[in-house]
Write a protein that binds this ligand. Structure first.
Ligand code: L34
Length: 293
């Protein structure tokens, strides 16, 4: 059994990005600049945004974080977005999700200039992805594709079962896995809350992508011997064994599932780290105007 090491793969990609940034600077260009808007004090969001900032530093990007209280109004957030849409110093930016309940996520996402939407969440980018046009790919699906590619996991003709149909993971990763392109060409089945005989379907998966948002949902009996399992879930669950009082687990019961599969991505140390480097890659593309002129 091989553990797909998100730490090693993400470090590799960061080294490649850092080399590109050095080249840009040598050519007299500015380094890429990523901005992040963080609303409220959700502990997980704070960790992720801090990690994004640290990663920017590692590769030589400029980064800015705009922090606002959870009480910020939707109108104020739209104003902050408009400011970044028009800030020529910023190549790309994100609004870290979730946002407080009184703010409409859809409105927020649609207000981001698609050219700066390095999360790839804007409907223009989602639509362009669907049409196989140049676009920013959503960071988590993009990270999963890179993880499979860089681990030399065969996808062509394989049965890929995706658990979950969210706009930001399940749906886009299904599209990417089924595309007619190198390192894709899989036959994809999407499962969700209304799926009948779920385990029967997951047991047919050569590649199982778990993005269902339920801790330890995927158990060993749901997985075929020798399958590749990608765990997208990340949950903080209470634990007496750690100083912090919690530990991180994924959507997959790693201890038991790992005994059966040929490749598995761990949590922590898997998809989360890939999500961050994919965001860096999109920001590099934004700075180089590779997707939009
Ligand atoms: N706008 N909101 C926007 N873009 C995103 O791409 C995200 N996402 C998801 C939540 N909201 C977002 C992230 O950044 C999830 N996510 C994310 C990013 C990083 C990590 C996990 C999820 C990560 O670094 N995971 C580490 C452990 C970190 C920890 O200690 O909590 C890992 O090893 O998995």
């Amino acid at each position: 059994m091989n553990i797909i090491d998100g730490k090693i793969i993400s470090e590799q990609i960061k080294t490649e990005i850092a080399a590109e940034v050095r080249k840009m600077i040598a050519d007299g260009k500015n380094p890429p600049h990523l901005a992040a808007i963080l609303v409220g004090e959700d502990p997980a969001s704070q960790t992720y945004v801090a990690s994004k900032e640290r990663s920017c530093k590692e590769v030589g990007f400029t980064s800015s974080i705009y922090r606002y209280p959870a009480t910020m109004s939707e109108a104020e957030l739209l104003k902050a977005i408009e400011f970044l849409n028009n800030d020529d110093e910023v190549d790309g930016f994100i609004v870290q999700l979730p946002v407080p309940k009184h703010i409409s996520v859809d409105k927020i996402i649609e207000s981001i200039n698609p050219k700066k939407d390095v999360d790839g969440f804007h409907p223009i980018n989602a639509g362009r992805m669907m049409a196989s046009l140049p676009s920013y790919l959503p960071a988590t699906p993009y990270g999963i594709m890179q993880m499979l590619e860089r681990s030399n996991i065969e996808t062509e003709g394989k049965h890929c079962v995706v658990l979950g149909r969210s706009n930001i993971v399940g749906t886009p990763v299904s599209v990417l896995m089924s595309r007619n392109s190198k390192n894709a060409n899989a036959t994809v089945t999407i499962c969700h809350s209304k799926t009948k005989n779920l385990a029967e379907i997951t047991r047919q998966a050569d590649i199982l992508i778990a993005a269902i948002g339920k801790p330890l949902f995927v158990t060993a009996d749901m997985v075929k011997e020798g399958a590749t399992v990608i765990d997208v879930g990340i949950h903080r669950v209470a634990s007496p064994d750690t100083k912090s009082g919690f530990k991180l687990v994924g959507d997959v019961d790693f201890a038991n599932v790992s005994k059966k599969c040929s490749n598995i991505s761990p949590v922590p140390g898997g998809v989360g780290l890939m999500t961050i480097v994919s965001l860096l890659e999109n920001t590099l593309k934004a700075a180089k105007k590779e997707v939009y002129k």
